[in-house]
Design a protein around this ligand. Structure first.
Ligand SMILES: [Ca+2]
Length: 243
């Protein structure tokens, strides 16, 4: 294919992404954090209990902590009212874990990860993981992070030429800006990062198969207390869709 034809193809793909409802995505995970974790009472803080997965009935995201970590109740403005949300701890560790399942592995398909977060400057850390399946060292991973308050998206897997990975990061921190929508999406060979309503970073090279046996960890790498990349802000609506 000529460079010109390649350019036209890329342009056509870009237009398709922006304008056409061409992607019939299936929501595989939606934690809205509205209900009280199983076996717990409001308003917490909680060190155990599970949030129902609204998208896949029967699945759930369960709290796991390292003392003195806990998940606390907070709220987020929503329409004229408020939606229940969760806050991660100022010290110790806390995550919400969803067991490994085939429908949470995109494989070679398009996929989208998103959540709503609020972080203050005082809560910003150099490593803060929002949602991930797999860790950096694993052969396959998807991850939405907030290192230094800057949204970022990393994928790793098996590409056309073997092991492949891609990291895209926003230039600006979202600290002290209230609730922000952050989204990572793969459409064909393009990985994009959306903050609010704007695409703040994108890259080609996203063609790879992403499949692993890890749990989905929300809010940190896991419940461990060291090198945990603990997010210390507030969160609502953790979503994964595929297709
Ligand atoms: Ca909610």
């Amino acid at each position: 294919m000529s460079a010109l034809a390649l350019g036209v193809t890329a342009l056509a793909s870009a237009v398709l992404v922006d304008t056409a409802p061409a992607y019939a995505a299936t929501e595989e995970l939606r934690l809205d954090f509205d209900a009280t974790p199983t076996g717990q009472i409001e308003p917490g803080p909680w060190t155990t209990g599970c949030f129902a997965d609204v998208a896949t009935p029967g699945d759930s995201g369960c709290i796991a902590v390292g003392a003195p970590g806990a998940i606390s109740r907070t709220t987020r403005p929503s329409g004229g009212g408020a939606s229940p949300a969760i806050a991660f701890p100022a010290s110790g560790s806390a995550v919400v874990q969803v067991p490994d399942a085939a429908n949470l592995n995109p494989g070679s398909q398009d996929f989208t990860i998103s959540t709503l977060v609020k972080v203050s400057a005082g809560q910003v850390t150099s490593g803060a993981n929002l949602m991930q399946k797999g860790v950096f060292a694993d052969p396959a991973q998807w991850k939405l992070q907030l290192d230094d308050g800057k949204p970022g998206c990393r994928i790793a897997g098996t590409g056309p030429s073997g092991a492949a990975s891609l990291l895209i990061t926003a230039d600006a921190s979202i600290a002290d800006q209230g609730w922000k929508f952050v989204q990572c999406k793969r459409r064909g060979d393009v990985l994009s990062l959306i903050v609010g309503s704007e695409t703040v970073a994108s890259s080609t090279g996203a063609t790879m198969t992403i499949t692993n046996t890890a749990k989905v960890n929300i809010g940190a790498k896991g419940p461990g207390l060291s090198n945990n990349d603990q997010f210390r802000g507030a969160m609502d609506n953790a979503l994964v869709s595929i297709g």
